[in-house]
Each structure stands twice: as structure tokens, then as C-alpha cells.
Design a protein around this ligand. Structure first.
Ligand code: PLP
Length: 401
């Protein structure tokens, strides 16, 4: 029995996740740890399963953007160190203390308040100092400020200075000027801290792009995001051929309705497409309500029976229509929206280019309505997500997964 009611699902190949971590492991210095970045629900892949897979294949730490995301991982029984990369409101830090979650800090006032809270309530809080070397997002910029911040952390009971890091804005580009300037600035700040008598904690700067192109800047750990999922941060990084990555995500559905119209007829909202007489039109249950962009109306395609077939008419909230030019399609036939079928492939990079964005956004857009099914050695080994969760409780047992 199928473990979900609606015929639309995401397949995540856990062997691909494992092989991507291992590929990066081989590429970076042996003393450099891997921090698997599983924010935004594991870039849309499901954070808890991805985190566990990464940890069993060479990652030793995790990172998320927000404390709530870290709590989800703890609730799933994950005990590995977790760093929150973004801002944490001071009133939320009690949760971080209780759940042993490391936080990012870049302002001395925040440390003052955290110190007061720890003094009142007790406990221990590990902090990573974020320095802004050219990303212009969050972080301390000036040397005096960095020194002041570190001094305040080191003099606060219950607060541990656990790390210092920066984030690159242009590591995936051919022109290395910006990333090199950022790295030089990072090194200067580290030198200033050392000269002031500080023992450096965990030092980190590399995201996927920098880890692939500048493995020698690994320091104590890399923050591996997009590469974990088998995607390259840019075409340029992909073309360098330094590390082989395998995409983990496929988006699949099944034909829900098939018709051959006796005469020319309009398809979908706005009647932007007219099917010819005898044109075979298949309806597939996926739409922008799932995070499948409406921008793909009359532009995107799917794979049916190993062949590309165009999306015709507008993408609706819950359904799309495909034109099937040759062969006989049937209700229940599998359709691949992203991923491979036979010799054909629709990559997330292709969709990103079509939509004028990056592959990161395409997988993140796929939302809670689509169940994530996990596959290892070609076998279904788990499932998460989806509005079908309640239904899943019983049907999972019946399906034996
Ligand atoms: C601070 C920080 N570090 C690391 C990453 C991971 O980057 P990537 O997915 O390019 O590896 C991100 C992702 O945006 C980030 O914001």
C-alpha cells in the first residue's frame, strides 16, 4: 500500500547524501571537521533525516539558521553540536541553554544581557563570534569591536567562546578578488585576536563553494550546505570538476486524468493555451500550492515514459496539464518533474535558470504539502512531512516502512 494519499512526492536518495559528505571529506584537510548545514528544513530535503545521514557519513556538527530549527533536531534525538548561524533574540536563549545549542553573537550588548541571564538562572552557553569581512549581513566589522566582544565573552561566567567565523559573499565566482579580500581580512582579525593573547576557538569560513575551490582555508571546520544535497553553488564551481556531487532530490507525481479533446479547446486559467483536436492532455496533481512555481506555466516540462513533455497552460495551485504528443498515457503513470527518468533529466539547475534564480531556492520552495520519501539502495526506508502525516501513522505500518 502507498504510504500517502496524494500521488505527488519527493524522493530523497540517502546514498547520494552519504556520497556527497564523503566526497567533501576526501577533498578537505583531514583535521577539518564538517558542519552539515540543514537550515530551511535541510534545503527542503527534511532536516532531521539529512542531519542523521550526514552525521553517519563524516559530518560531526550541524548548523541551522534559527533556534527553532535547532530544537526540531534535538526533538528528533540528535545530540551532535548544533550552531545557530543567525540572530537569536535574547529572550529565547533559555532554550539554547537547556538544549545545549551554540549561538552566533556579534554585539557586546547581547553578551551583557546573556551574562545577566546566566548569572540569574545558571547554566552554560557556547557562542561563536561572527565577523563581517565583506558579506554585509550580520557580524562585527572593526578590530576594536571584535576585541571588546571577545573580552566580554571571556570574562562572563557560564559563557564559553566556542568559535569565530565569517561568511563569503562571492566564493562561487570565477573572479576571486572579493573572496580573497574577505579571507585576508579574516586572517587579519584572527591575528589581532592572537596578538591580544587570545587562544583561538573553532575557526571557520568555508561554505560549499570555498570548501571546493579553497580547501586549504578549511581551518577547524567547513559549513557544508548546498554540496551536501548534491548541488553545486554555481555553474562555475561545477565546471571546475574538483568534487563529484550527486543530486539527492527528485520530485514525482502520477497522472490523475487523461483526455483527448475532439476539437480545439482551452487549457487552464486565462486560456493561455489551446490544445489541438486529438492532442492528449494529462492532468498532474502538483501546483504552486506545493512550491512548484507558476512561472513554469507554458515554459516548464516533465518527463513521462522517458520523454520530455511540455507543461501547457497555467500552473494552478494544485494541478498542471501536460501535452503528451506521442504514445498512450494512462491515469497512474509516473511523471518526473525534477530528477531523472530513463535517459532524461530535469535538473534543479535547469529549473533555476528558467526561473532566473539559483538551485538553492528551487528545493527550498517545495513545501510541507509534499511528503519526503527516503530511499537507500533503491528501497524506501522512511518518510516525513506532508499534510498526510496523520494518515501516515497507520498506513506506514501497513506499508512496512
Ligand atoms: C553562514 C552560512 N554558512 C554556510 C552556509 C552554507 O552555504 P552553502 O549552501 O553555499 O554551502 C550558509 C548558507 O547560506 C550560511 O548562511
Amino acid at each position: 500500500m502507498k504510504p500517502f494519499a496524494r500521488d505527488t512526492w519527493i524522493e530523497i536518495d540517502l546514498d547520494a547524501i552519504a556520497s556527497n559528505v564523503q566526497a567533501l571529506r576526501r577533498h578537505i584537510p583531514s583535521h577539518t571537521q564538517i558542519m552539515a548545514v540543514v537550515k530551511a528544513d535541510g534545503y527542503g530535503h527534511g532536516s532531521t533525516t539529512i542531519a542523521k545521514e550526514a552525521l553517519s557519513n563524516g559530518a560531526s556538527r550541524l548548523a541551522v539558521a534559527a533556534l527553532d530549527e535547532a530544537l526540531v533536531l534535538r526533538r528528533a534525538g540528535i545530540t551532535a553540536p548544533i550552531l545557530v548561524l543567525g540572530y537569536t533574540p535574547i529572550e529565547a536563549i533559555t532554550n539554547a541553554i537547556h538544549e545545549n545549542i551554540e549561538l552566533t553573537v556579534y554585539h557586546v550588548d547581547w553578551v551583557e544581557e546573556a551574562a545577566r541571564l546566566l548569572q540569574a538562572e545558571g547554566g552554560h552557553l557556547a557562542l561563536h563570534v561572527k565577523v563581517d569581512t565583506g558579506m554585509g549581513r550580520i557580524g562585527v566589522r572593526e578590530e576594536e569591536e571584535v576585541l571588546k566582544l571577545v573580552e566580554r565573552i571571556n570574562s562572563s561566567a557560564g559563557i564559553e567562546w566556542a568559535g569565530i567565523f565569517t561568511h563569503f559573499a562571492c566564493a562561487d565566482e570565477e573572479d576571486t578578488t572579493h573572496v580573497t579580500e574577505q579571507h585576508v581580512r579574516f586572517q587579519q582579525l584572527l591575528t589581532v585576536l592572537k596578538e591580544a593573547g587570545n587562544m583561538l576557538p573553532l575557526v571557520h569560513c568555508n561554505n560549499t563553494a570555498a570548501a571546493i575551490l579553497f580547501p586549504e582555508w578549511g581551518y577547524d571546520l567547513i559549513r557544508l550546505g548546498i554540496g551536501l544535497y548534491g548541488l553545486y553553488p554555481s555553474l562555475y564551481v561545477k565546471q571546475q570538476g574538483r568534487v563529484t556531487l550527486t543530486p539527492a532530490l527528485s520530485l514525482k507525481s502520477r497522472i490523475a486524468h487523461i483526455k483527448t479533446l475532439p476539437q480545439k479547446a482551452s487549457i487552464s486559467y486565462g486560456a493561455t493555451y489551446y490544445a489541438d483536436s486529438n492532442e492528449q492532455i494529462a492532468t498532474v496533481p502538483i501546483g504552486y500550492g506545493d512550491g512548484f512555481s507558476r512561472q513554469l506555466s507554458n515554459r516548464g516540462s516533465a518527463i513521462w515514459s522517458g520523454k520530455r513533455v511540455p507543461i501547457v497552460g497555467r500552473v494552478c495551485m494544485d494541478q498542471i496539464m501536460l501535452s503528451i504528443p506521442e504514445g498512450t498515457a494512462n491515469v497512474g503513470d509516473e511523471v518526473v518533474l525534477y530528477g531523472r527518468q530513463g535517459q532524461e533529466e530535469i535538473s534543479l539547475d535547469e529549473i533555476a535558470t528558467l526561473l532566473g534564480t539559483i538551485n538553492y531556492e528551487i528545493s527550498c520552495m517545495l513545501n510541507y504539502r509534499i511528503p519526503r520519501v527516503y530511499v537507500r539502495n533503491g528501497q524506501y526506508v522512511g518518510i516525513c512531512h506532508g499534510i498526510a502525516n496523520n494518515f501516515l501513522q497507520e498506513s506506514r505500518k501497513k506499508a512496512g516502512i
